[in-house]
Ligand binder design. Structure first.
Ligand code: FES
Length: 92
């Protein structure tokens, strides 16, 4: 399962982490059965650049709700497709 981790530390919270999470949730709902999970995290130590989001090893900073579809298309959809390909090929 692909995890998207959104910082909900106080600085990121004040910078709109909830709205970022809502955007990811909207995309998740549109995809049908669970393709990724959204988790909250304590401070990721990039407070001055928040909202901070982590997908796999990649960290995104200054994320706004408007950035979420771009991040999804460029980084999350390819991971979902790779996971689907693995499932269909029988490789785990
Ligand atoms: S509160 Fe989000 S990086 Fe510190």
């Amino acid at each position: 399962m692909i995890s998207i981790v959104v910082c909900v530390g106080s600085s990121c919270f004040l910078r709109g982490a909830s709205a970022v999470i809502e955007e990811f949730e909207k995309i998740a709902e549109g995809l049908g059965p669970k393709k990724f999970e959204i988790k909250g995290s304590f401070c990721m130590e990039r407070c001055t650049d928040g909202v901070t989001v982590k997908v796999g090893d990649e960290i995104f900073t200054a994320v706004s709700p408007e950035d979420v579809p771009k991040i999804f298309e460029s980084h999350i959809r390819p991971l979902i497709e790779a996971e689907n390909a693995k499932l269909h090929s029988g490789v785990k």
